[in-house]
Write a protein that binds this ligand. Structure first.
Ligand code: SF4
Length: 369
């Protein structure tokens, strides 16, 4: 299922304007590895060993892959690079949340987060550099979209976060909810999640993997066709088109009714319970009539409503609702038998809201230039 064509990467070190040409990242070439290993005169089981070193043993270099013959390790290092990204910034919050700002080979920046909650080790991963959806309350969309991430770049975020864990801990959950709209990059996201869920990859059950989307109906259908084993979380943020058009501008081209139709299709194909996400913005979508409307459009669906009190973003005018407003919103929904969860805002202190850290860095860099 290879969809990669990267043969080599040009890397711009942060301290230099001179590019360095690196061999192609191996993570982008896993499907071609069998053929390459055969060309080296090595038996096919060497591929399994390499893949195990990457995903399970968290190798940082080919040299570490000590059960491979020395000659093969040297050939691997000449032909491939193990990683194409570098960590530009690493922040740790008191609640155990860790956030990485990841620099890509072309200088692009994306963010990913590790969240600790009891036994859970959840990671939140980006799918694009920037985002074209333009949600008005989000830092990621402020500068538009630069490009899609390759499947390898999505996987490298996962591997970078995995390396923050002690050896006896594993990633338990993945949420594609970082920077970007995953379904605008659906093929690469599906390829990355294939390796995330594969037994010889990260081995994470598809039940514990969530793709979070503003909801692009044709892409939801494509996802259902390509691989519908994952949870779908649809960012609704408003109970009617008038308000959603303002908060999630791409809605003008979609509309809530076709979106719900596509969501129902995904549920029919996958059997996975749907999640609807709703960022609660003070004075905008947090009023009793919004809760009433929301309960009407969700009524009868096998779904969970995830309400997230807004995480303020510097430079944007939105605020977190008061605890009384949040409680009233919840009461109304529960009285209508909507299954609703209110998510804690973990990682506030380290700007865990998507896109904030990247935006700070980009602003710093542009103030230097
Ligand atoms: S909330 Fe998600 S979809 Fe909307 S602009 Fe931000 S990253 Fe894009």
């Amino acid at each position: 299922m290879s969809r990669f064509n990267v043969q080599s990467v040009i890397f711009w070190p942060s301290h230099s304007t001179n590019p360095i040409t690196l061999p192609a990242p191996i993570i982008n070439q896993l499907d071609e590895l069998t053929q390459w290993v055969r060309q080296q005169g090595q038996p096919p089981f060497r591929v399994r060993q390499v893949i195990k070193w990457i995903f399970e043993n968290r190798a940082k270099s080919f040299e570490e892959m000590t059960d491979l013959p020395k000659s093969l390790r040297v050939a691997l290092a000449q032909h491939y690079s193990l990683f194409s990204v570098r960590i530009a910034k690493h922040e740790v919050s008191n609640d155990g949340t860790e956030k990485l700002l990841v620099q890509l080979f072309d200088g692009g920046l994306v963010e990913c987060v590790l969240l600790r909650d009891g036994d859970r080790r959840s990671i939140c991963v980006s799918s694009q550099v920037g985002c074209a959806m333009g949600c008005v309350f989000c830092a990621s969309g402020l500068d538009g979209v630069m490009r899609n991430l390759t499947a390898g770049e999505i996987l490298e975020q996962m591997l970078s976060l995995q390396r923050l864990l002690p050896e006896d801990e594993r990633i338990s959950h993945i949420v594609m909810m970082g920077m970007g709209e995953p379904l605008a990059n659906v093929e690469n996201v599906v390829t990355a999640l294939h390796w995330a869920s594969a037994e010889n990859g990260l081995g994470i059950s598809p039940r514990r993997i969530t793709i979070s989307t503003v909801g692009l109906p044709p892409a939801i259908e494509k996802l259902a066709e390509l691989d519908s084993r994952y949870h779908l979380a649809i960012s609704l943020h408003a109970p009617n088109d008038e308000l959603r058009n303002q908060l999630v501008p791409v809605n003008k081209k979609i509309g809530i009714a076709p979106l719900l139709e596509a969501a129902d299709f995904y549920f029919d194909v996958s059997g996975r319970k749907l999640t609807f996400e709703y960022v609660l913005l003070a004075g905008i979508n947090d009023q009793p009539q919004h809760a009433e409307e929301l309960s009407q459009i969700l009524y009868g669906r096998t779904a969970i409503l995830n309400v997230i009190p807004y995480n303020p973003v510097e430079g944007l005018p939105f605020r977190t609702p008061s605890s009384e407003t949040i409680a009233r919103f919840r009461e109304i929904l529960e009285s209508k038998n909507i299954v609703v969860k209110f998510r804690q805002r973990k990682g506030d202190k380290i700007n865990a809201a998507c896109g904030q850290l990247r935006r700070q860095k980009v602003q710093q860099l542009s103030s230097l230039s």
